[in-house]
Design a protein around this ligand. Structure first.
Ligand code: SF4
Length: 493
């Protein structure tokens, strides 16, 4: 009998991207194989996100497109998971009765069982739990990259930011034991991974569950003792919980990168209060000052929301002021849009669309100018770049390769004559800076072949029918394959 094929469609933040690695791992563990790109799958899983306005309309549109395919393909199954499933529950099968399985954010591990039950009972299965029973990292994971990996250290969030749906859908923060986190990282490194990104909705609150306020900095320092682990990143920290011991750990642990993505959201104290974010502009800028004092080469990026309900011109000026002071290397800027189910969605003082757009354009122009100026400071420097796969969209046409500098800046460089593989390290001299990337217009000065490059080569050379499932907790079983994407912006911290 041929194995049934699957496809996972992912929407939203890194937490969902990592959950999708788990969903793939679970399905492969249960005997499914990934459907080749562009070919129809026997099981289509939607891992949904609830933060965007109209996310539900888009989901029902996508489900509607699949209905005829399902009618023509006996045995095909459709599953919907993630935040929107957690939020809408039974509504999904009411509106799209051809859906077979609905599961929530707390029970991703149930997917294979629910699919099987739906098949045997010929009836849609809806299972949503209110809290986590198993930490998701204990589940099998089908890692997307051979050289870099996400490692979840906590899930959920104890804050109540008024624009955010996470506390309602992902629940209270639950921390994973440090020993389990470190064991997972050691296993990943054993398989060839050289970069990990520690992941949490509010990553530096790690330890609140265990009553240890310094647990996060201790974890960073412990990562520094893992031989073979070359780069450690984390996302996303909350300014409220950003303590000086974390700055010291970053500065003193050689493999912790001097990169910080710390969401600002607004520079106005009034808006921060309305957002229920408990820091103020001066605290935020104070952290940045201390980070720069300890690590002058640190690249700091952020998330900013423009047009939060009640935002006045003066509030917005405060955001511009903070951006000028902070000199972010990059900023992910969002025009506020109502997120159903959040307190902000029903607040008075919703800002007219045209005002939001005008402010957004001004912020974008300012940040663009700063990003470009900050990037120009890199010209003439020699940087060690971790060669990546799929980071440079034009690499094929430009005969270049791409990767990330230690501070996570995107670098394109001339493809060397000698083979270089994703996962290898190259030293390049930066010759040109654009606002969003750096360019090395000459071949690398040096190439360092790494275990990660070997792991990439092994994985690429042997596209196994079941491409390898890593059990999240090494004590549960032996790993087969490894990896994951590099960090991008946080979703909502
Ligand atoms: S924005 Fe971040 S810190 Fe605030 S509630 Fe959402 S996940 Fe928690």
């Amino acid at each position: 009998m041929t194995a049934r094929s699957y496809e996972v469609r992912t929407y939203g933040c890194q937490m969902n991207v990592h959950d999708s690695e788990r969903l793939s791992g679970l399905l492969e563990d249960a005997g499914y194989v990934r459907a080749p790109k562009g070919e129809p799958a026997d099981v289509v899983v939607f891992n949904t996100c609830a933060v965007r306005e109209n996310a539900d309309n888009k989901l029902y549109g996508n489900l509607g497109h699949l209905a005829p395919a399902k009618a023509e393909r006996p045995g095909m199954q459709i599953a919907v998971g993630g935040c929107l499933a957690q939020k809408d529950r039974d509504t999904i099968v009411r509106k799209a009765p051809w859906v077979d399985v609905v599961f929530g954010t707390h029970n991703v591990g149930s997917l294979p069982v629910l699919l099987e039950r739906a098949r045997v009972e010929q009836e849609a299965q809806v299972e949503i739990l209110e809290s986590l029973d198993v930490f998701p990292s204990t589940l099998p994971t089908r890692r997307e990259s051979a050289y870099a990996a996400w490692v979840a250290i906590s899930v959920g969030c104890n804050n109540t930011c008024t624009f955010c749906i996470v506390p309602a859908l992902r629940g209270k923060e639950k921390d994973r034991r440090p020993g389990d986190v470190l064991a997972e990282i050691e296993t990943l490194v054993g398989e060839g991974v050289i970069e990990v990104t520690l992941l949490g909705q509010n990553v530096n609150a790690y330890g609140s569950d265990m009553g240890d306020r310094e647990a996060f900095s201790k974890l960073l320092r412990s990562c520094g003792r893992i031989e073979g682990l070359e780069r450690v990143r984390f996302t996303s920290p909350h300014p409220r919980d950003f303590t000086d011991d974390v700055i010291a750990a970053m500065a003193e642990t050689p493999n912790v990168m001097h990169q910080l993505h710390m969401p600002l959201q607004s520079g106005s104290d009034t808006m921060l209060r309305a957002m229920r974010r408990s820091y103020r502009q001066d605290r935020y800028l104070g952290i940045i000052e201390r980070v720069r004092a300890a690590m002058p080469d640190a690249a700091i990026s952020t998330d900013i929301i423009v047009g939060f309900p009640g935002e006045t011109d003066e509030d917005f000026e405060q955001t511009l002021h903070t951006v000028r002071e902070a000199r972010f290397a990059a900023a992910f800027t969002f025009q506020y849009s109502k997120r159903p189910g959040t307190p902000a969605a029903t607040m008075d003082g919703q800002v007219p669309k045209e005002v939001v757009t005008e402010r957004y354009q001004r912020l974008l122009a300012l940040q663009e100018e700063i990003s470009w100026a900050e990037n120009r400071t890199q010209v003439g420097r020699t940087l060690e770049v971790l060669v990546a796969e799929g980071e440079g969209r034009k690499d094929h046409d430009t005969a270049r390769l791409s990767g990330r500098a230690p501070d996570n800046r995107l670098v394109h460089f001339e493809r060397p004559a000698d083979g270089v593989r994703p996962g290898d390290m190259v030293s390049v001299e930066i010759t040109y800076a654009a606002p969003h990337h750096l360019l090395a217009e000459r071949p690398p000065l040096a190439i360092r072949r790494t275990r990660a490059g070997d792991a990439w080569e092994r994985r690429t050379a042997t596209p196994a029918p079941s491409p390898g499932v890593l059990l999240g907790m090494p004590s549960v079983g032996a790993p087969v394959a490894v990896g994951a994407p590099t960090a991008t912006a946080g979703c909502c911290d």
